[in-house]
Design a protein around this ligand. Structure first.
Ligand code: GAF
Length: 388
């Protein structure tokens, strides 16, 4: 990948001497889905899959972007300081939005740059390719422009780019995981106050596998924003009686005792998911700390059912993938991961069952849907930073 990056840089911008190299990972979420904008807990980890950027400052105000992932890649150019979202800028809007957010916070970026990027996170698969490039841009600015921001601030700025510049109202989980990841650890993050703790993912005799359904549904961003609005409406209905800030403040019992305040049936289902999923996440992390991965797996399965039935962010193909996985001996747990509407599943599989899992999943999924899935063994890596 890096050779292609240096060669591409040279081809499009000239000599890469003096250019600096950065890396930002993707992430997989083990449990705690659609809880991050509901003031709940999440449990993601950064992956060793990710995106590299090679960047060199320019002497003018032009910012050039190219992604070498695309055949016939073309340079997108914008000029500081007036930046706005333009559809024609495509993926570069995620990076431009980060520069825009830095400027909005009063940080000085007066000189442009040539940036070339390459990565191996499958896009639209729920593994945070967009958060990866947002945090990558933030990391580039921090180091190359000597901006005094920590990685949590960079995560927040990435979220601003996504919410305000790109119109996708995501929570903070993805950017936080990508910015703050730690090798062999998942991050138990309370999105209510951004307090967090690392938890080693030390599975004695099992592995974390990611299976890409290779299904991407259209209008994902608008469906995601709808879920967020429905959760907010449910919260408002509960707040007519309860003194709470977020759905994540409620236990299951408190929710059951008050759910009739939410008149709209759809909103009630969304809130049920958010409350139960948050509690499942807390229980799952406790189980992992006790080396009880069987309980962790059961909670993952329950998470999938809730995402499928109450939050309605799965789809027929991913449900099939999960059902196939559940039926394979040695599978401890399996669920959809990420925003949903297609994308990947995350599964915990006993080491001695991994080969059979791969064979069975690929063949049965192909037979059921006609689609070739892809399976990756998750390697948990560090968050974004300089690279060599
Ligand atoms: C997407 C969002 F970007 C996250 O903030 C989170 O809400 C996730 O979907 C669902 O858990 O990845």
């Amino acid at each position: 990948m890096k050779d292609k990056l240096y060669n591409g840089f040279k081809k499009h911008y000239g000599n890469p001497e003096g250019a600096e190299l950065f890396f930002s990972p993707g992430r997989v979420n083990l449990i705690g889905e659609h809880t991050d904008y509901n003031g709940g807990h999440v449990f993601p980890c950064a992956l060793t899959m990710g995106t590299y950027a090679l960047v060199k400052k320019r002497n003018d105000n032009k910012m050039n972007f190219i992604s070498l992932n695309f055949d016939n890649a073309m340079v997108t150019t914008v000029e500081l300081p007036e930046l706005s979202y333009l559809k024609k800028n495509g993926w570069a809007n995620y990076l431009i939005g980060v520069v825009w957010a830095f400027l909005g916070k009063g940080y000085k970026i007066e000189q442009g740059f040539d940036l070339a990027m390459i990565g191996n996170i499958p896009s639209g698969a729920g593994l945070s390719s967009s958060a990866s490039i947002e945090v990558l841009m933030g990391t580039v600015l921090k180091y190359m422009y000597n901006i005094d921001v920590d990685m949590v601030e960079i995560a927040k700025i990435g979220q601003i780019s996504e919410n305000q510049f790109n119109g996708m109202n995501c929570g903070i989980m993805d950017q936080f995981a990508v910015a703050m990841g730690k090798k062999d650890n998942a991050i138990f993050l309370d999105t209510a106050d951004l307090s967090y703790e690392y938890a080693p993912v030390k599975l004695k005799d099992a592995k974390v596998l990611i299976t890409n359904s290779h299904v991407k549904h259209s209008l994902v961003d608008s469906a995601y924003n709808d879920r967020r609005n429905e959760s907010t409406a449910a919260l408002k209905a509960l707040q007519t009686k309860l003194n709470i800030n977020a759905l994540g403040d409620l236990t299951e019992e408190e929710f059951e005792a008050n759910k009739e305040l939410i008149q709209d049936e759809i909103q009630r289902k969304r809130a049920k998911h958010a409350v139960y999923e948050n509690q499942r996440t807390i229980k799952a992390v406790a189980a992992l700390k006790n080396d009880d991965i069987e309980t962790f797996g059961k909670l993952m399965n329950a998470s999938h059912v809730s995402l499928r039935d109450d939050y309605e962010v799965s789809c027929a193909e991913v449900d099939k993938l999960v059902e196939i996985s559940w039926a394979i001996p040695g599978v401890i747990g399996s669920r959809i991961t990420g925003g949903g509407f297609g994308g990947c599943t995350v599964s915990i599989v006993k080491n001695d069952a991994v080969e059979n899992f791969k064979k069975e999943v690929l063949s049965k999924y192909k037979a059921a849907t006609g689609i070739d899935a892809e399976i990756y063994e998750a390697e948990i890596g560090d968050g974004a930073g300089r690279a060599e």
